[in-house]
Design a protein around this ligand. Structure first.
Ligand code: AMP
Length: 501
């Protein structure tokens, strides 16, 4: 993969990364930096197959560390910057990296842990300082990229795993490169593109979907440390495409400066990592004239589906399987394919599907069918014309009085009500029903909508067993950095909604 993504940078004198202050890093400079860092890693004893962990702010240097891993044959292991020291200890112990790169502020805490585990600890901050950069400055820029086979591993991504231990999804060079190629083809990326990149690079979205695609075609990225409305509005005129999580788009819509004129030159807006409300899709089109292209994937499979580039980008759906990817929807219990249009578990097979969970062979075996399909754990439905709709995670399914309640259906009905900004539906313990449906609603500002009014409005729209037995209001829904609503947190908060005081 280094041949396809990193080597072409060497001869590029033009910018590959553009920083918010307008300064640029050329392809050649990024290539040289990756060579220097590859030498630092090798000096630290990194061999092909070794892990290199990183928990730092986003920067060109952090990206160069990823490229250096590809060049040395090491497995890149990016970690969410929100992880605490206790969580880091788990990841370091589980993955046993040869080298870990952390923020300078975390060094003192991690040093004893790293020493005990024999890990070389280096530092890097968002402003390109730290021991990694110091060592790189002294290392030679020439580095002979180590050849890897397509099924050798390139990265481990720990899933955000809400139950039990977080699992390390092992991704091969082929997984990543085949996916980049499928996305380039589907989304028509070319060397003429400049991507507005405001996503974190510790996650598949910002790291693989965004970065690999742009490197593959020889395009440019406006590399922003994080999403910030003012900066994005200022940078948009230089971009041709933007990828984001749904919250990016709803926040942009919340700003009057985000207009049709500002976005008129844009080629493409792509959303993923969490469901984009159909409402946001429509509001976005009404404001800008652009139809957001929604796609679906996960750490274990990278991208699996996308709405079409030409033709209908259908709000609320994630489109069709990507080239080379097979999908099916099966019955949760029997594993048999459900009739078209019915809800079941989504399963995926193809060159994009990961190699298994790091050091968890039983978990891996549990989540693969004998014919090679991976059980995603997402509930989905395929329409008559082939569009796939994600209905939610199977573990978020509510079973109330023996009936299945799909939270998304209930959320959809609540969201349609006047005065509702958004909602989340979860199941919590209920003495009679096993689980009771609870709705958490965020009102639009100024709305005085009451729980009773919502209940009355839903009476004719939803079967009785689907109607929330309790409704609560919150100022906003708890979300992680990738824009996913934290249903676990909601279940914990409202756990005793139906228990006697
Ligand atoms: P992660 O492994 O952190 O990328 O999370 C993957 C999960 O995010 C998937 O299994 C889905 O539940 C969810 N997801 C990703 N993209 C979408 C989408 N477009 N619509 C709905 N859910 C999505």
């Amino acid at each position: 993969m280094a041949d396809a993504l990193v080597s072409p940078l060497e001869l590029r004198g033009d910018a590959v990364l553009i920083r918010p202050d307008g300064s640029e890093m050329s392809g050649g400079a990024l290539h040289r930096l990756s060579g220097r860092i590859a030498n630092v890693l090798t000096e630290a004893g990194v061999q092909p197959g070794d892990r290199v962990a990183m928990q730092t702010e986003k920067s060109a240097e952090a990206l160069a560390l990823y490229l250096a891993c590809l060049r040395t044959g090491a497995l890149f292991l990016p970690l969410n910057t929100a992880y605490t020291t206790a969580e880091l200890n788990y990841f370091l112990g589980d993955a046993e990296p040869r080298v870990a790169v952390c923020a300078p502020a975390a060094e003192a805490t991690l040093r004893p842990v790293a020493e005990a585990m024999g890990i070389t600890l280096l530092t890097l901050d968002g402003a390109a300082t730290g021991t990694l950069v110091e060592r790189a400055a002294e290392a030679p820029e020439e580095f002979t990229t180590v050849a890897r086979r397509s099924d050798d591993l390139a990265a481990i991504l720990y899933t955000s795993g809400t139950t039990g231990r977080s699992k390390g999804a092992m991704l091969s060079h082929e997984n990543l490169l085949s996916n980049a190629d499928a996305l380039v083809e589907t989304w028509r990326f070319s060397a003429a593109d400049t991507l507005l990149h405001a996503l974190p690079i510790f996650h598949a979205h910002g790291l693989f979907v965004a970065t690999n695609v742009l490197l593959r075609v020889g395009g440019r990225m406006i590399f922003l440390p994080k999403f910030d409305v003012d900066t994005v509005l200022a940078q948009l005129p230089r971009a041709t495409a933007m990828m984001g999580v749904p919250t990016f788009f709803s926040r942009l819509l919340g700003d009057v400066r985000f207009t049709r004129e500002l976005t008129g030159h844009m080629r493409l807006f792509i959303s993923g990592s969490a469901p984009l409300l159909a409402e946001t899709h429509r509001a976005f089109e009404a404001r800008t004239g652009h139809r957001i292209l929604e796609r679906y994937g996960m750490s274990e499979t990278t991208m699996s589906t996308s709405n079409p580039y030409d033709g209908g980008r259908r709000a609320g759906t994630v489109g069709f399987p990507l080239p080379g990817v097979e999908l099916r929807v099966v019955d949760t219990e029997s594993g048999v394919e459900v009739p078209q249009g019915e809800i079941g578990i989504l399963e995926v097979r193809g060159p994009n599907v990961f190699k298994g969970y790091w050091r968890m062979p039983e978990k891996t075996a549990e989540e693969f069918r004998e014919d090679g399909f991976f059980v995603t754990g997402d509930l989905a439905r395929i329409d008559a014309d082939g569009y796939i709709t994600i209905v939610g995670r199977a573990k978020d399914l509510v079973i109330s009085g023996g009936y299945n309640v799909y939270p998304k259906e209930v959320e959809g009905e609540i969201d349609r009500l006047e005065g509702v900004a958004e909602s989340a539906v979860v199941g919590v313990p209920h003495a009679d029903f096993g689980e009771g449906v609870v709705a958490i609603v965020v009102r639009e500002s100024g709305s005085g909508l009451t729980a009773q009014e919502i209940q009355v409005a839903l009476q004719d729209r939803l079967a009785r067993f689907k109607q929330p037995k309790a409704i609560f209001f919150m100022g906003e829904l708890p979300r992680n950095t990738m824009g996913k609503v934290q249903k676990n947190a909601l279940r914990e908060i409202f756990d005793d909604a139906f228990t006697e005081p």
